[in-house]
Design a protein around this ligand. Structure first.
Ligand SMILES: *Cc1c(COP(=O)(O)O)cnc(C)c1O
Length: 468
């Protein structure tokens, strides 16, 4: 295959892509395949001789689409969305074509500078203050890991960058039980250890209790630990819990903790002014992450991390060996120094295309629709015989379960209902454990999702629960 072939196949692929998206509604949302079925269709070793593009493409069509879960399906209501607007897919095609490494300004000046401008556009769109700058990581996990590494090194005044963390008191990081497992992973990877991630109790609304935060910090100080950082969440993954950001950040300031707010999903809604009360006070955080791929259609990968001051993170992560010097341009921004991997994709391009192709007002309209339709569905499920709402809507997320009178093992009943819903294929939902109960999560957010798609959940639930 050469570049002439690529030209032809790109055109055919464009047609295939159009048909794929046009007919997506007719496919089951979750893959209806068994583990091992796809691997069994592939040869055991790579070919020695070239195969034709026709053959490769025919196998793709025969093997792949039916064995995929369709994340752009309008009735994908599982996990959190990973949505991909047409303008984003277009930008990714162009970024793929250029296939640049965007690690230094010199390796990709337009990528670096468009990234800086997109960070500024998004900062304004989200209502964050002017003194925030930032970068685009691959994922929120990487952004959170970067912030936790900064917490680790800052407490030793960056001694640990050279000596490791073998000296000094054991550090402590604080987070609520509703923060994402990426925080647990970050403290593990940072060498801080899971036992030193203190899970602070929450109040009745599932947000972190600032009073409990103070007493846990005090207790740790008395026991000789070194409180180092605080990770808060706006829109926890399980039920969309939001910590009281202002009150918790005030505590962090009192104890000189470095702070990070994980708004990977809910951050998208902050382009709408009316939702910003969910993260009031965020301007006092040191670091904030949001994933535009979880709501704005600038598809995976890409996580925007805003930093009040990038210097501490660069002190932890930035290395400039001889072979990465840019001669004569020592002051340019080299984004690899802000993050974990050296190599970086041109992720800003899709944000640039999406923000221009739709404009902020249309994106706000989409998010408002997702939130409003979610509330409407929640009200309808509440009225559905045998069903109960187990967590109220937080933006476009709520949870429920089937609890008909007299039913015994509700966890098993709901697990079975969920399995039948996803085998049915019209919609796709996932579960969480909430207050010891197996509950079913609903969240809306794909780019083509309509009100009818959301309300179709009601038909599936009433039909399949009757067959239980
Ligand atoms: C999705 C999510 C993450 C993880 O995001 P990745 O980009 O996949 O690493 C972390 N925190 C929250 C709150 C999330 O919703």
């Amino acid at each position: 295959m050469n570049h002439n072939d690529l030209r032809n196949w790109s055109k055919r692929t464009a047609d295939w892509a159009h048909e794929y998206h046009r007919d997506l509604r007719d496919r089951p949302v979750r893959a209806q395949t068994k583990p091992g079925a796809t691997a069994a269709k592939l040869p055991k070793a790579a070919p020695e001789a070239p195969e034709s593009p026709e053959q490769i493409f025919a196998d793709f069509e025969a093997i792949v689409p039916d064995a995929m879960t369709h994340w752009q399906h309008p009735r994908f209501f599982a996990y959190f969305p990973s949505n991909a607007a047409p303008a984003s897919q277009w930008a990714e095609q162009l970024a793929n074509t250029i296939s640049a490494m965007c690690m230094l300004w010199q390796t990709s000046p337009a990528a670096t500078e468009i990234e800086q401008v997109m960070v500024a556009w998004m900062r304004q769109a989200l209502g964050l203050p002017e003194n925030f700058t930032g970068t685009i990581h691959d994922s929120a996990t990487t952004a959170t890991f970067s912030a936790v590494l900064t917490m680790r090194d800052r407490i030793s005044d960056w001694e640990s960058v050279h000596t490791g963390i073998t000296h000094g008191p054991t550090m402590r990081i604080y987070a609520s039980a509703h923060t994402h497992s990426s925080v647990d992973k970050a403290v593990r990877m940072a060498g801080i250890g899971q036992d030193n991630l203190v899970k602070v109790p929450t109040t009745d609304d599932y947000g972190m209790d600032p009073v409990a935060l103070v007493s846990m910090i005090e207790e740790d100080k008395r026991a000789g630990f070194a409180p180092s950082g605080l990770v808060l969440c706006t829109g926890g993954t399980s039920i969309g819990a939001c910590d009281p950001i202002a009150a918790c950040l005030e505590v962090a300031e009192e104890y000189d903790l470095y702070t990070h707010v994980d708004a990977a999903w809910a951050g998208n809604a902050m382009i709408c002014r009316e939702f910003r009360h969910l993260w009031w006070g965020v301007e006092r955080a040191d670091s904030v992450v949001m994933n535009p791929y979880k709501g704005l259609g600038a598809q995976f990968d890409g996580a925007l991390q805003f930093l009040r001051d990038p210097a501490p993170q660069i002190r932890s992560l930035g290395l400039r060996p001889d072979y990465l010097q840019t001669l004569g341009e020592d002051d340019t921004t080299n984004f690899n120094e802000w993050t974990v991997p050296l190599g970086r994709r041109f992720r800003a391009l899709k944000l640039w295309f999406v923000l221009r192709a739709y404009g902020l007002e249309a994106l706000r309209g989409m998010i408002r629709n997702h939130v409003a339709w979610t509330a409407e569905l929640c009200t309808a499920i509440r009225a559905l015989p045998g069903f109960e709402i187990t967590s109220e809507p937080s933006l476009a997320l709520f949870s429920f379960r089937y609890a008909p009178a007299g039913a015994k093992d509700l966890n098993a009943l709901n697990a079975d209902l969920l399995r039948r819903i996803n085998d049915d294929g019209r919609i796709y939902l996932t579960q969480t454990m909430h207050e010891g109960k197996f509950v079913i999560r609903f969240t809306a957010g794909t780019f083509d999702c309509t009100r009818e798609d959301v309300m179709s959940v009601l038909d599936v639930l009433s039909e399949l629960s009757r067959k239980a």
